[in-house]
Ligand binder design. Structure first.
Ligand SMILES: O=C(O)CCC(=O)C(=O)O
Ligand SMILES: [Fe+2]
Length: 233
């Protein structure tokens, strides 16, 4: 167990630098200590959606900032008409290391046949959403294997999951929609039913981003989706 924790720490340091390094001058010592705490990953199963897990504290503020700097240095979103970047096969080193980190953290929640595949992920989409922008209900393409990870950065949002097979009573379809809060630094993992039998959606139109009755304030949101392609037929 202790060995596993050391392993996690080593990976985090490799990816983001030592957590004690204070690149952000405004970061106080007590905040750094808090972030050390945050490196313990708490996976929570979303009960109604089998195979859906969230870790709200997957990355500390410090590590989110490192990741955002790495994304910014790719210059993907400097032009206003570009809001998506895709990589196949050769992921940038920071994404490769993020994949490694997700792999390490998910050993107890993913079925063995998914956790043991190599490479764990070989495809990445980075999406940039301005306030009001989201993604329509969908199931990810079947060209991707099971087990999909989505990391959120910058702005919180609510992702809704709805069953692919709609409830017989159409009026009741809202009742079976399951909201999940994706805060910055959170990671969701979808496998099995969550990946194949539920659609996911982010509606950031005014009035739709409600969490516990309160409308979330929106700013730019960046997400990193990691998946693995199916082998060629
Ligand atoms: O941006 C997100 O959080 C979700 C992205 C997504 O579902 C997709 O690219 O298939
Ligand atoms: Fe998706």
């Amino acid at each position: 167990m202790e060995e596993e924790e050391n392993d996690e720490k080593a990976i985090l340091e490799q990816v983001f630098g030592p957590s004690s390094s204070s690149e952000d001058e405004s970061e106080s010592e007590s905040e750094s200590e808090e972030e050390e705490e945050e490196e313990k990953w708490d996976w929570v199963a979303i009960e109604k959606v089998k195979g859906l897990w969230i870790c709200s504290n997957f990355l500390s503020h410090h590590h989110q900032n490192h990741l955002l700097s790495a994304i910014n240095s790719q210059n993907w979103f400097t032009s206003t008409n570009n809001n998506q970047a895709m990589c196949f096969g050769n992921l940038p080193s920071w994404a490769h290391q993020l994949s490694h980190l997700i792999h390490t953290s998910s050993s107890s929640i993913l079925p063995h046949h998914l956790h043991s595949r190599d490479p764990f992920f070989d495809q990445m989409i980075v999406n940039m959403y301005l306030p009001g922008q989201g993604i329509c209900p969908h199931v990810d393409l079947l060209r991707f294997q099971d087990a999909i990870a989505i990391l959120s950065l910058e702005s919180s949002c609510v992702m809704h999951f709805t069953p692919v097979v709609a409830a017989a009573d159409a009026d009741n379809s809202n009742a079976s929609s399951v909201p999940v809060l994706l805060n910055p630094g959170s990671l969701v993992l979808l496998s099995g039913e969550a990946r194949y039998r539920w659609k996911h959606e982010i509606n950031r139109n005014p009035g739709f981003q409600l969490w516990q009755g309160i409308e979330l304030e929106q700013s730019r949101r960046i997400s990193i989706t990691l998946r693995k392609l199916c082998p060629d037929p």
